[in-house]
Design a protein around this ligand. Structure first.
Ligand code: WQD
Length: 333
């Protein structure tokens, strides 16, 4: 079965390509290298021991999207990761986010329709739940008020897909809402490599641990949580990747939505303490003011994915800390 993975050289996309190849799918990648590096391709081929065809195309160019499907006659499903994803940048450049993330997706869906490819898995995000005052998120909650243009593009694309399915229920559409993807492949060959100064916690911890950045700022320790710091549902990227394979294999026909998370919350301080213990490293950190827009605590109710996809996370916070650090050390070689 041939799968097109858009954004397949990115953090989550690349790990998903490895798991698809491990499950004997044929994989082709479309990636415009905006937030990824072409050298990741050879690393994927090394890990999987298989060749992978790359289309260095921008999905905003519909003629290029058509060329992929015109060339690859037997694509049976699409997993769509490609899109801009920096929350802070989206606040500064909303038009760039709306045009890129939405036009890429509608181009892809229109071309899929033309070539009668109807199986679509979308990389969505827990951010679509918005600030609903809940701590444990369940799929039936529906979408809330998103807090960034990035999050709004995810919510809008979910709505586009719902309307598309309502207009033509020959589509099979799966929305996967990720919580906090972290970690790296055990080989240390692929992992998260954000451009510039990281916004997210784990990549920032890596740069402090490796001495590239001096001190980690903990954004507030006066939240109503176990130790006052923010609590999130961190999911190992390999578990997340396996969730996509399970969705491909087990998602029922129609339009279905699933949380992909561990089902438990971990605080910033708990993560730091675990990282220091697992890797025997002392991290420099200081407590600073809260980051605007941050919520105190939320994590996944992951029961639906277990029941319907037969998927749950297997890796631990210790695995996350070990694998992340292993990748960061490899980067320095
Ligand atoms: C985690 C915790 C911070 C950095 C974001 C996006 C979300 C999703 C996942 C795409 C929070 C604290 C962080 C730092 C800190 N991405 N923190 N110091 O904000 O939960 O979610 O990534 O779908 O859409 O919003 O992730 O890693 O930024 O923060 O103290 O330098 O770490 O306050 O409690 P977040 P994060």
């Amino acid at each position: 079965m041939k799968i097109l993975v858009t954004g397949g050289l990115g953090f989550i996309g690349s790990h998903t390509v490895v798991e698809l190849l491990n499950s004997n799918y044929d994989v082709i990648i479309a990636d415009n290298l905006y937030n990824s590096k072409e050298e990741v391709l050879e690393k994927l081929e090394k890990i999987a021991g298989k060749k992978i065809k790359l289309y260095k195309y921008d999905l905003k160019d519909k003629s290029k999207v058509d060329k992929i499907f015109e060339t690859e006659k037997d694509i049976e499903a699409v997993i769509h990761f490609a899109g801009y994803k920096a929350v802070g940048e989206s606040v500064k450049k909303p038009l760039m986010y709306y045009s890129n993330n939405l036009i890429s997706t509608t181009n892809l869906l229109e071309v899929m329709q033309k070539y009668n490819v109807r199986k679509f898995i979308f990389s969505s995000s827990a951010t679509v739940y918005g600030d609903n005052g809940e701590i444990k998120y369940v799929e039936t909650m529906g979408r809330g008020e998103t807090t960034s243009p990035y999050g709004t593009t995810k919510a809008m694309i979910e709505k586009i897909l719902e309307d598309l399915y309502f207009s033509d229920n020959s589509w099979n559409i799966t929305l996967l809402r990720y919580f906090n993807p972290v970690g790296a492949h055990e080989s240390g060959l692929i992992g998260e490599e954000p451009n510039g100064i990281p916004n997210n916690l784990m990549p920032y911890v890596m740069k402090v641990a490796s001495g590239k950045l001096e001190t980690l700022s903990i954004f507030g320790n006066d939240y109503p949580t176990i130790d006052g710091t923010g609590v999130r549902d961190y999911i190992h990227v390999v578990d997340l990747a396996k969730g996509h394979v399970k969705a491909l294999q087990n998602a029922p026909d129609g339009l279905n939505t699933y949380n992909l998370g561990s089902g438990k919350g971990v605080s910033v301080l708990e993560l730091i303490t675990t990282f220091e213990k697992v890797n025997n490293i002392k991290l420099n950190y200081k407590i600073v003011d809260r980051r605007p827009g941050d919520l105190p605590e939320y994590f996944a109710d992951a029961t639906k994915a277990l029941k319907e996809l037969n998927w749950k996370t297997e890796k631990t916070i210790e695995d996350i800390c070990r694998d992340s650090w292993n990748y960061e050390k490899n980067l320095e070689k």
